[in-house]
Design a protein around this ligand. Structure first.
Ligand code: EPZ
Length: 423
């Protein structure tokens, strides 16, 4: 398995271009199954999760072509069963359920298991499909959804942990081809849901309220091909903002939507870092040890759970005591024990990390456990004394396009050691 080696203490400066959003691109690629006509999607990041999604679409019978960041997909005829071998690698595979159900009134996909960030149920997705008149069964480890006809309905998708992002997208996609009007209450308002709704609208769907907690969809008979550019990745951008705050002098992020990053830039400002926004770029200025913060993750527009681990890395070096409470995935703290191995002083108290800032971190061999935890370890390595070896970096490749090259472009001393299979 590849590893990333970070030699700490090199200041970051310069500019970096942010890639298209993984979490927008995944459901948008799945949405191309809703039409037999070709769709062209730009700014698709080159990531392993995207490759898995394209493999699933190909397996289902779609013709997929990829040239640089542009993907052209034509799903003239599609099968309705997604294979376990690919689906098991990525939980977001469940977002083919909605479009297949919408178009063919039937879909079968392996039921996703839990993952390191906690139990990941899909009960709310199924609640939405049932409301649209579909039956849902679990058979031999697969979830099967089917209907004679999909009928619009009013459904509330708010769960105990708040709204569901992929669940909202899934039900939204199915509802575009349902008979009549669907109202999704308790909908997720994340920018990725808005991006999906924008793409569906270009395909001919009739959607109102995306970006609010109530989305209304008037079903249409069919959708057509469309061309779309995926929004910039707000979590990749947030990760580079934190990297710059930790180790930068002056770093500019290009191709960002600063409107999507308010919670992160506000937190950085509270921590004592200046951020300047000019059109589609943000510059962050290093300022020594951060002020301590008390953060709580929340659905958008609150502080994103996908930035929690990176913020723990930053606050490990704060000048005082911080707390970070996770409300979306209360068990998502796999990075804490690894940060402690680097000298961080963090105590887990239920779903709250209590962090006592330390003046120095020290490099260590650490283990990446999930995507954002891995990013947090690389960030900590940027300011740690000595060398940090982040193992199992396939996690990071799921969600960060060339993170090592991009950090190197900013002056970090970082290298990827390729694993060579032995005979
Ligand atoms: C999306 O996952 C993102 N993934 C996650 O990003 C992100 O952490 C999450 O939204 C929250 O923002 C993609 O977009 C591919 P949820 P999703 O359904 O949609 C509970 C990353 O690092 N829930 O919004 O699967 C759930 O357990 C990833 O890029 C139910 O109870 O998350 C959680 O507590 C990881 N029943 C909460 O809702 C359901 O049916 C929010 O989950 C569905 C979810």
């Amino acid at each position: 398995m590849d590893k990333i080696i970070v030699h700490g203490g090199r200041p970051l400066s310069g500019s970096v271009k942010i890639s298209g959003s993984k979490n927008s691109a995944l459901p948008i690629l799945a949405a191309t199954l809703l039409t037999r006509e070709p769709c062209i999607i730009h700014s698709v990041p080159d990531l392993s999760d995207i490759h898995y999604m394209l493999q699933i679409l190909s397996h289902l019978g779609a013709h997929v072509e990829r040239a640089s960041g542009t993907v052209t997909i034509q799903a003239e005829k599609v099968a309705t069963v997604a294979p376990y071998e690919i689906v098991r690698k990525m939980r977001a595979s469940v977002c083919v359920l909605g479009p297949l159900l919408g178009r063919h009134k039937e879909a079968r996909v392996s039921l996703p298991g839990g993952c390191v960030i906690g139990d990941r149920p899909i009960d709310l997705h199924l609640k939405g499909f049932r409301a649209l008149n579909a039956a849902c069964r679990v058979e031999s480890g697969d979830v099967r959804v089917f209907a004679d006809e999909l009928r619009g309905a009013v459904v509330n998708l708010e769960g105990r942990q708040g709204p569901t992002v992929l669940g909202t997208g899934n039900v939204l996609m199915a509802a575009t081809l349902a008979e009549g009007v669907t109202v999704i209450d308790g909908a997720a308002a994340e920018p990725e849901v808005v991006d999906l709704a924008d793409f569906l609208t270009k395909m001919g769907a009739k959607i109102e309220g995306a970006g609010t907690r109530q989305i209304t969809v008037e079903g249409v008979k069919e959708l057509h091909g469309a061309e779309h550019s995926v929004i910039p990745d707000r979590i990749e951008a947030g990760t580079f903002l934190v990297a710059a705050a930790l180790a930068g002098t002056e770093v500019t992020l290009r191709r960002v939507n600063s409107g999507h990053l308010g919670a992160v830039t506000n937190a950085l400002n509270d921590a004592g870092f200046r951020t300047d926004i000019v059109r589609d770029s943000i510059t962050v200025f290093g300022n020594g040890a951060p002020n301590p913060l008390h953060l709580v993750t929340e659905p958008y527009p609150g502080f994103p759970t996908d930035m929690q681990a990176q913020m723990c890395a930053l606050l490990s070096r704060a000048s005082g005591k911080s707390s970070v409470t996770e409300t979306v995935f209360p068990q998502r703290f796999m990075h804490v024990s690894e940060l402690k191995r680097m000298g961080a002083d963090i105590h887990l108290d239920g779903a709250t990390a209590r962090i006592c800032g330390v003046p120095r971190l020290s490099g260590a061999p650490v283990m990446a456990s999930d995507l954002r935890a891995s990013a947090a370890l690389v960030l900590a390595g940027l300011v740690a004394d000595g060398t940090t070896e982040v193992n199992r970096v396939y996690h990071i490749d799921r969600g960060y396009e060339s993170i090592d090259d991009k950090l190197m472009g900013l002056g970090a001393e970082i290298q990827r050691v390729k694993h060579r299979a032995t005979a």
